[in-house]
Design a protein around this ligand. Structure first.
Ligand code: NAP
Length: 266
């Protein structure tokens, strides 16, 4: 058996890439970057109008389906539509995400339970469900010469490892997602499917621009960009990391921090 692997690049051209959360921010930038590499794009999101607008740029290589990651039925419909058009799902980039800021405790009583539950439902259970459904579709793909059938990237967060108490459900869900990445990589290994995750730092999107969603809105007070570059990232810094992790076949069961080495002050 030849046990040595040289640099091996998964060819993205003509692959069917499913991007959840494709209407906005990191998902949008990722869909656009994979399109530039020649992929066919299934974009899903709960934001229908914006999602359609994004995918319209891709012409015949684009398909938008409104689908909530917490609905197995809607995800299945999206998969069926993409398979009807192109015959397979080859790559999943799971970008859909939800967060709210709320306390664990106040002087008047315990904090609310509802946003914690919603974050776990979308950011962890929803992320598992889309990976579970897409991963199964990938098992049916014809393997390439290396035996590879597909690749999954989960967008986790640096909140998985460094957080504050105002985003308890989100941070907990993202920590779970990092661990889940390991489990999925093991589960899909025999089928030639890799699973990795990315832990973005502070990226300029709708989430970071909204005080309702982001506890670190005052960047100069909350975030220490003490290394290089001392800058907030644009969504395409994460999109390009997705492309790199999909293309490089030797990257599996890995969580990649993409945060310019930032530190939270609070
Ligand atoms: P974004 O611009 O708000 O994009 C997220 C998209 O997901 C939005 O269109 C959102 O719709 C959609 N969405 C929310 N709930 C959904 C659901 N249940 N099913 C399907 N789509 C849903 O935010 P972003 O920053 O690009 O976030 C993308 C991913 O990166 C998220 O997983 C986020 O946790 C992660 N992340 C972001 C940062 C950052 O600094 N921006 C850092 C670390 C991790 P609505 O706008 O209607 O909610």
């Amino acid at each position: 058996m030849d046990v040595f692997l040289e640099v091996n690049i998964m060819d993205i051209k003509n692959k069917v890439v499913w991007v959840t959360g494709a209407a906005s921010g990191i998902g949008r930038a990722t869909a656009e970057m994979f399109f530039q590499k020649g992929a066919k794009l299934l974009g899903t999101d709960i934001q229908e109008e914006l999602g359609k607008e994004v995918v319209a740029q891709f012409g015949e290589r684009g398909l938008f389906i409104k689908a909530d990651v917490t609905s197995t039925e809607e995800s299945q419909k999206a998969i069926a539509a993409a398979k009807g058009k192109w015959g397979s799902i080859d790559i999943l980039i799971n970008c859909a995400g939800y967060t709210r800021t709320y306390p664990v405790v106040t002087q008047d009583g315990p904090g609310p339970l509802e946003p914690f539950v919603k974050e776990i439902n979308i950011d962890l259970i929803g992320a598992y469900d889309v990976a579970r459904l897409a991963g199964f579709e990938m098992t049916k793909n014809k393997p390439n010469d290396l035996g590879e059938r597909g690749a999954i990237i989960q967008i986790a967060s640096m909140a998985a490892i460094t957080s504050n108490s105002l985003i308890s459900g989100y941070a907990t869900a993202k920590a779970g997602l990092v661990h889940l990445t390991d489990i999925l990589a093991c589960a899909y290994a025999d089928y030639g499917i890799r699973c990795n995750c990315i832990l973005p730092g502070y990226i300029r999107t709708a989430i970071t621009e909204s005080p309702e969603q982001n506890p670190f809105i005052d960047i100069s007070k909350d975030i220490d960009f003490n290394l290089f570059p001392k800058k907030v990232g644009e969504p395409d810094v994460i999109a390009s990391a997705c492309v790199f992790m999909v293309e490089n076949t030797y990257i599996n069961k890995t969580g990649l921090k993409v945060d310019a080495g930032f530190k939270l002050r609070s």
